[in-house]
Write a protein that binds this ligand. Structure first.
Ligand SMILES: NC(=O)c1ccc[n+]([C@@H]2O[C@H](COP(=O)([O-])OP(=O)(O)OC[C@H]3O[C@@H](n4cnc5c(N)ncnc54)[C@H](OP(=O)(O)O)[C@@H]3O)[C@@H](O)[C@H]2O)c1
Length: 293
């Protein structure tokens, strides 16, 4: 039987490329969008579709070109929506409307865990709540994935936090819940493969929890070298310059959010990556040096 086709939006991003990888491994024929014809999706066995995932006409063309009846939808407040909730909502709505017009039989939407519970300063999550509501009344068959903080934030050169030997940095030293973007893809594969169990349902995507010292211990164990944990910026600067993100961290630090647990997620993806697993999974520091000697 021919593999089922899935179209992954924003396939070159941190989420998209690992969702493509997990869906390929699960046996799907994977199509991925990028604005650039020079993308490297082909090297991953992904069929590249040149498409700006925020533009309705591009989405219509990508769905027609791929013939996919399953779609993984991402929106992005900071880059694609240029820090506007209204624009992010319109971009997500365009993807939902395009999928409906193309007769998609399963749309997986990536939202954020506990998006409705953050305080009013956390503007970057508002469109996620509105898009979940829009999706639920759209009539399209859907399921929703709600990830917590990505492990990928620990190696994020574009946000001035490349992973370096001997040190892990994050915006909080305190207890946090983390997930690998690869496990978002593995959860999407479970939902696409079992529509009877998942259509209309929501899943919190949480792989591991611990404080930054425990993250450092995990890297130390994997690399065999001592590792220090430190703040990527002092908390008073986080409060002054990253007010929105600061208030998101207050929900993690003071209210122990999000409420979901790794134990619950592991009922769906039993071998969800821990911090140690994730360092082995990425394999390299930002400069290309191997983590496992
Ligand atoms: N970081 C976390 O801990 C976390 C946790 C939960 C949820 N999230 C969610 O994750 C989402 C972000 O996903 P991500 O990290 O995978 O994104 P990302 O890595 O920042 O995506 C980068 C890609 O976006 C495309 N892009 C950049 N600017 C664009 C523009 N102006 N118009 C259209 N496309 C543009 C580019 O692809 P091309 O050049 O190839 O087109 C680029 O490669 C957000 O919705 C966020 O809320 C993040």
């Amino acid at each position: 039987m021919a593999a089922e086709k899935v179209l992954v939006l924003n396939a070159t991003g941190k989420v998209g490329r690992n969702v493509c990888r997990a869906l390929k491994e699960a046996g799907f024929e994977v199509f991925g969008t990028s604005r650039s014809p020079q993308n490297k999706l082909g090297q991953m066995g992904v069929e590249a579709v040149v498409c700006n995932y925020t533009v309705r006409a591009d989405l219509d063309r990508a769905l027609a070109q791929s013939g996919a009846k399953k779609i993984f939808v991402i929106t992005d407040f900071f880059a694609a929506a240029k820090s506007s909730s209204t624009v992010e909502f319109e971009q997500g709505k365009a993807a939902i409307d395009a999928a409906k017009a193309a007769g998609v039989n399963h749309l997986v939407f990536m939202s954020v865990a506990d998006a409705e519970f953050f305080d009013a300063h956390v503007t970057h999550l508002k469109a996620k709540v509105a898009l979940e509501a829009y999706l639920k009344q759209s009539g399209i068959p859907f399921s929703i994935l709600r990830p917590c903080a990505f492990f990928e934030n620990l190696d994020d050169a574009s946000n001035w936090n490349p992973l370096k030997k001997g040190r892990v940095k994050f915006l909080s030293l305190k207890h946090c819940k983390y997930v690998a973007t690869y496990d978002i893809g593995r959860a999407a594969a479970v939902q696409f493969q079992n529509p009877e169990a998942w259509l209309g349902k929501t899943l919190d995507v949480i792989g591991w929890e611990g404080d930054l010292q425990q993250v450092a211990q995990a890297l130390s164990k994997v690399s065999g070298a001592p590792v220090k944990a430190s703040l990527a910026m002092p908390v008073f600067l986080r409060r002054l310059f990253l007010k929105d993100i600061h208030h998101m961290f207050l929900y993690y630090e003071e209210q122990h959010g999000p409420r979901g647990t790794p134990q619950a997620f592991k009922r769906v993806v039993p071998d969800a990556l821990s911090a140690e697993d994730w360092f082995r999974f990425i394999g390299h520091y930002a400069n290309g040096e191997r983590i496992v000697p």
